[in-house]
Design a protein around this ligand. Structure first.
Ligand SMILES: Nc1nc2c(c(=O)[nH]1)N[C@H]1C(S)=C(S)[C@@H](COP(=O)(O)O)O[C@H]1N2
Ligand SMILES: [Mo]
Length: 251
């Protein structure tokens, strides 16, 4: 992590302002997005955004896919409603989208599979000291959010998960820059197969410029919010609350 940041610093920040706004045309006219940029907090996030702009995380080839991809954190979900959906192959499950949206939605898994798909082979880096390369498929989160239509006050997408880890509900959040990044997808397939329970069935987030703990599994609900304050313990995510991990878990 530190090495790649040092490498980036070598590039210098010239033209970083242009990079920052470049490629974000879809959001340029949104008050909210300007608000997010203006209000960005945290040195890690600011530094990375300046240096990387709208850059893509590295993608790999089929030959690079790890033969074993460790599952981490929750490996199963205890919630009876989840178990019932799992047993039925999530045939009548729906992803709930609500909060600061024009139109709250409940989207069936079949609908998520019918949207334009993105396939990406990327490296997952866990702070516990392991990495693995996997192939992920699903619709871009931006496409899904556009269906609901964001209200101008929306600043964060919060992922509410089905699992309880170490006594607390798992959740995560990202800002709209990452939410509309092309490599941010709601993955329902891993290495060409529907997600298994250990890896987050029926859908999990892939937000490829950030660390493993941001890749929320078992997503049941996406809530659009203007603040992370007042949600669980206010850190914006399970590990942020539990262990003080950085909210912007940049790689
Ligand atoms: N809902 C949920 N999402 C989660 C976790 C979890 O325990 N519950 N663990 C996180 C961590 S720390 C990592 S490294 C990855 C692990 O993903 P994997 O099990 O597919 O390897 O999921 C992340 N997302
Ligand atoms: Mo992790």
């Amino acid at each position: 992590m530190i090495l790649s940041r040092r490498k980036l610093i070598g590039i210098g920040a010239a033209g970083a302002g242009g990079l920052l706004l470049g490629g974000c045309d879809r959001l340029n006219d949104s008050e909210t997005f300007r608000g997010v940029l203006g209000g960005a907090t945290g040195l890690n996030q600011r530094t990375q955004r300046l240096l990387m702009g709208d850059g893509l995380a590295k993608e790999f080839s089929e030959a690079d896919i790890s033969p074993v991809f460790k599952a981490n954190g929750s490996l199963a979900v205890g919630d009876p409603a989840y178990k019932a959906h799992l047993a039925r192959g999530f045939a009548d499950w729906g992803l709930q989208i609500d909060g600061l949206v024009k139109q709250p939605l409940m989207l069936p898994l079949s609908y998520l599979k019918s949207l334009p798909q993105r396939v990406q082979i990327t490296r997952h880096d866990c702070v516990e000291g392991w990495s693995a390369i996997g192939k992920w498929q699903g619709p871009q989160l931006g496409t899904v959010l556009a269906q609901a239509g964001l209200l101008p006050s929306a600043k964060y997408a919060v992922f509410h998960c089905a699992d309880v880890l170490e006594g607390a509900q798992y959740y995560e959040s990202i800002d709209l820059t990452d939410a509309f990044h092309p490599q941010t997808i709601l993955a329902w397939a891993m290495n060409g197969q529907p997600l298994s329970e250990p890896h987050g069935a029926p859908i999990r987030l892939r937000v490829e410029r950030q660390l493993g703990y941001k890749q929320a599994k078992y997503i049941m609900r996406i809530e659009l919010r203007d603040t992370l304050a007042g949600l669980y313990r206010g850190g914006g995510g399970f590990w942020e609350d539990a262990r003080g991990y950085q909210w912007y878990g940049g790689i």
